[in-house]
Design a protein around this ligand. Structure first.
Ligand SMILES: [Zn+2]
Length: 407
């Protein structure tokens, strides 16, 4: 029985401890290919949870432990969203202050993410992604009502809905290319991309091993060809907690582009992951309704997407200290190696083989080590909740044994 890292229904998030009155000072919306992002800025970190309701009208609710509306340009606490979000209003009179946002299409909500100030206030980020009407209906409901779903799942899924133990976080390092596939060729001397990727992967392995907190699995640790799907299978079979693929970019047109880029799955990749999960049979169990399997896949994808994206932000912040970032945000792409349905995964382009300065750095042992130290810092930060004492303070609590903590 494989492990499920799922968040049953209503999402919760918890970054802050404090229950100080906290003003919401800004709200903005971003349309992306696969999702609409809502960014809520506040003076203090907010405790937020998000869930969708299907009746009487489709809407998204973001409720706060404590919050007060203080958005200067929207004094009436009513506004218009974009993308999947229509009109919204803030209701400060309810027992829990809440934002109620109309949905223009069936959508599933990801766990709210908390981001530290970056020139402005604290940010609570809520992403909603388009989904089918059936999944929307299944996943919608007040968090208290979602226990029906919890019960249904518990009946069919055993109690193997578990969390990573935190005792040894399993990280898969995937140095891209290898063997008869050299990747991008060396243009300024030094190794081809496959060599550069492997050298970086080995340094990262050693850094993670030295910390004693991780169990590291390599998809390759020598110059050999490994099929893309075999790389995915290695992560799946290891029941990895995290997968990072290392690559180096190339620009056909110009030697000017330089810097690192972080990718997670785009919508096409999500669809591939979903199809593979169902067709591959790994998620299908003849003893349970197919709907349950589909919901589990959906939940796992939710978790994977939000974790991958959260890590992407962390990685960019750490890498940005030692290497130029090519794009001004994390990117999404349809890379096969990212398409396991459950293992959070990113593809890290470390720099451009086609840029002289990047190529120098990629081939310098000292620079490589610095870059991989920044990746290690990001991984440490992402798994910081896994305390050294083995205690598990993971924000998700999808164990059916403690369903109450999901409310
Ligand atoms: Zn590559």
């Amino acid at each position: 029985m494989r492990r499920f890292f799922v968040n049953l229904g209503g999402s919760l998030c918890l970054i802050s401890g404090g229950a100080q009155a906290s003003d919401i000072t800004s709200i903005r919306f971003g349309d992306h290919e696969t999702y609409t992002r809502i960014v809520i800025e506040s003076e203090q970190p907010l405790n937020a949870r998000a869930f969708t309701l299907a009746e009487p009208v489709s809407r998204l609710v973001v409720s706060f432990e404590v919050a007060r509306w203080n958005v200067g340009r929207l004094p009436d606490a009513v506004g218009q969203g974009s993308g999947l979000i229509g009109e919204f209003r803030f209701d400060g009179e309810a027992d829990a202050p809440r934002l109620v946002l109309a949905l223009n299409a069936p959508a599933r909500v990801q766990e709210p993410m908390a981001l530290a100030p970056n020139g402005g206030g604290y940010r609570t980020v809520v992403d909603v992604a388009r989904t089918s009407q059936a999944v929307f209906q299944q996943l919608s409901g007040f968090p208290d009502q979602v226990t029906d779903l919890t019960r249904l799942l518990a009946e069919h899924v055993d109690v193997s809905i578990t969390l990573p133990t935190c005792e040894a976080v399993r990280v898969v390092i995937d140095p891209g290319h290898g063997g008869h596939d050299p990747g991008a060729p060396a243009r300024f001397g030094g190794g081809d991309e496959a060599d550069v990727n492997l050298a970086a992967g080995l340094v990262l392995r050693d850094l993670l091993n030295a910390s004693g907190r991780y169990k590291v699995i390599m998809t390759r640790d020598r110059d050999e060809f490994v099929d893309l799907w075999d790389r995915v299978d290695i992560a799946r079979e290891a029941e990895a907690d995290f997968f990072i693929s290392l690559h180096a970019d190339a620009s056909a047109k110009s030697s000017r582009p330089r810097g690192a880029t972080v990718y997670s799955m785009n919508s096409t990749a999500v669809n591939r992951a979903r199809t593979r999960a169902i067709r591959g049979g790994d998620w299908v169990d003849p003893d349970r309704p197919e709907d349950v399997s589909r919901i589990l896949v959906e939940m796992s994808l939710n978790h994977k997407e939000s974790q991958s994206e959260l890590f992407s932000e962390t990685l960019r912040a750490e890498v940005g200290r030692v290497q130029t970032l090519w794009r001004d945000q994390a990117m999404r792409a349809n890379f096969a190696v990212l398409t396991d349905a459950s293992v959070p995964a990113v593809l890290f382009e470390m720099g451009f083989m086609t840029n002289r300065e990047d190529a120098r750095r990629l081939n310098s042992a000292a620079e490589r080590r610095r870059l991989m130290q920044s990746v290690t810092a990001a991984i440490d930060s992402h798994f910081a909740h896994c305390g050294g004492d083995g205690s598990d303070a993971h924000p998700l609590a999808p164990n059916s044994a403690n369903a109450s903590s999901m409310r």
